[in-house]
Design a protein around this ligand. Structure first.
Ligand code: GLN
Length: 296
């Protein structure tokens, strides 16, 4: 059997199970198991696979991963990583898998906040993807990243250790249920957040990869999906320095509701920036608008 044939077996299994993008996913898993990049795979794919124990083990491992993917385990839980802003982040079942939509949020912050002296807070950091990307690319003086989940913080710490080696600013990671563990008078120039924002009842209808495998705590924004925006809107006033800005990712249909929350709480200049049209954790067809932006 050649590698191409092995790949094809995997593609067929994924196809049968109705997995979207079966070819792409099977190829990612094959490259992962055989430790190949695309170029070396293309060079080797027509060659007969060896019959040695190591190769046979890899073939079995590939089919085991294919089975798991056919059972709708997300690809990223099988490879253990997801690329975000060009960096490779570790992920597992305790964190939201970083989404492309969220890159738009990070890009917006980087574009608007180009003063390195800024102090940044990332609320609900999950894997740490936003905080770490902002630290690496914005080179801000200080970045604090908070999350309620101790398990998520372990993943974020792993990503910090892997990626933040050359960063000269301060980087803090700590457990906090929203703002509860922050000193009440501690302020930041920029607050950024991609909080859980899916209304509870919508979660059941999401893709099985999201519904059954991603942490509910990272998705569920309670009954109306807005719980964490309410807290952010309320607390931003206490924790934003004068002239500071808050950036939040929101669901595709939440701009009005979230805009309504912000001015009530004394943050002006809320602006809605149209979405990228890509899909967020809300699943297919639900573009995320990453840009309700409030300024004090
Ligand atoms: N901030 C993380 C991300 O954007 C986690 C978000 C979350 O868990 N809701 O991926």
């Amino acid at each position: 059997m050649t590698m191409q044939q092995l790949l094809w077996q995997g593609v067929q299994e994924l196809n049968k199970a109705g997995v979207p993008d079966p070819q792409l996913d099977a190829r990612y898993l094959l490259l992962e198991v055989f430790h190949l990049n695309l170029a070396s795979f293309l060079a080797l794919k027509a060659r007969e696979l060896g019959k040695d124990e190591e190769t046979e083990g890899k073939c079995r491992e590939f089919m085991r991963l294919i089975e798991a993917r056919a059972g709708r385990t997300p690809l990223q839980h099988l490879t253990g990583t997801q690329e975000f802003m060009g960096f490779e982040f570790l992920v597992n079942e305790h964190v939201l898998i970083p989404r492309q939509d969220t890159e738009t949020l990070v890009e917006l912050v980087l574009e608007e906040q180009n003063d390195r002296e800024k102090r940044v807070l990332d609320m609900c950091t999950g894997s740490g993807c936003i905080a770490i990307s902002l630290a690496l690319m914005g080179r801000y003086r200080h970045v604090a990243a908070l999350d309620v989940s101790a398990e998520a913080l372990k993943v974020a710490a792993g990503n910090r250790d892997r990626l933040l080696g050359g960063y000269e600013g301060g980087f803090e990671l700590f457990e906090s249920n929203m703002f509860s563990a922050l000193e009440t008078d501690r302020t930041f120039d920029v607050i950024v957040s991609n909080p859980p924002y899916i209304p509870s009842r919508v979660i059941e209808g999401l893709a099985p990869e999201v519904r059954d495998h991603e942490p509910r705590i990272a998705l569920d924004g309670s009954e109306d999906g807005l719980t964490f925006y309410r807290i952010l809107a309320q607390e931003a006033r206490n924790h934003l320095a004068e002239g500071g800005s808050i950036y939040m990712e929101i669901g595709y249909d939440q701009s009005e509701a979230v805009e309504g929350l912000l001015p009530d709480r004394g943050i002006q200049g809320c602006e809605d920036i149209s979405g990228s049209g890509r899909t967020g954790p809300g699943g297919e067809g639900q573009a995320v608008r990453p840009g309700v932006r409030g300024r004090t």
